[in-house]
Design a protein around this ligand. Structure first.
Ligand SMILES: [Fe+2]
Length: 226
């Protein structure tokens, strides 16, 4: 039997688009709270000054600028704004701020002081995809080292095949626009490491594993591979 939805039912909004296991980032944007005190740095890899600059200057500048140009997107998730502005010349500035806010928020969740051990299920999935966790790390580091200029290196799930894939994006690029679901990222913009590593990006990438929060990566893996 055909049933007409009541007006009250019809007004129920669709769930907000959110491809991370975090509480969704929404507009107006806010600098997210971190799981660690940024004033302590992220030992043993990042000094307090490196993290202070990255978080309170660089990340905050994207949040602040987005909030000056995002009228009309109130209540939307940052992921929705990224997808709505991707590829649109007249929305390029908004895309850049929204994507950088998402990318940085995601990155902060991927790291923590001292790192966390990799859970068995994720370790097995990575070993199955890349041969071993060590081989994955080599491939990820090589991708990051060869990501020309500013950008991000990601481990993602391709939802079409459920395969784990390494992806490089340039500048503010974000894998959501290629229909990939990120589970780990490293920021390879120079501002992410220059204070501590100067121009030695390979050294930064080599040390990155000491601070990876594999518990979050596994949480995100479970979230997007459902
Ligand atoms: Fe950054």
């Amino acid at each position: 039997m055909f049933r007409v939805l009541s007006k009250a039912t019809a007004r129920v909004a669709a769930p907000a688009m959110c491809f991370t296991s975090l509480p969704s980032l929404t507009y107006p944007a806010e600098l997210p709270k971190l799981s660690f005190d940024y004033k302590d740095g992220v030992a043993p890899v990042f000094s307090p000054r490196q993290i202070e600059l990255h978080y309170t200057k660089h990340h905050k500048s994207y949040v602040d600028k987005l909030n000056t140009i995002g009228a009309g997107f109130e209540g939307k998730t940052i992921e929705e704004i990224i997808l709505a502005t991707d590829g649109k010349v007249d929305k390029k500035v908004m895309f850049n701020q929204a994507a950088q806010h998402f990318n940085h928020s995601f990155y902060w969740n991927c790291i923590c002081p001292g790192g966390k051990a990799i859970p068995k299920e994720l370790e097995s999935a990575i070993a199955k995809a890349f041969g071993s966790v060590e081989k994955f790390k080599e491939a990820f580091q090589a991708a990051g080292a060869n990501n020309f200029g500013s950008g991000w290196t990601w481990l993602c799930i391709d939802p079409k095949t459920n395969a784990l894939v390494i992806d490089n994006t340039s500048n503010a690029g974000c894998p959501l626009t290629a229909n990939l679901r990120p589970i780990l990222t490293v920021d390879v913009w120079e501002h992410a490491y220059y204070k501590d590593f100067e121009n030695r990006r390979p050294d930064y990438l080599n040390d990155f594993w000491k601070i990876v929060n594999w518990e979050y990566v596994a949480q995100q893996y479970a979230h997007v591979s459902k």
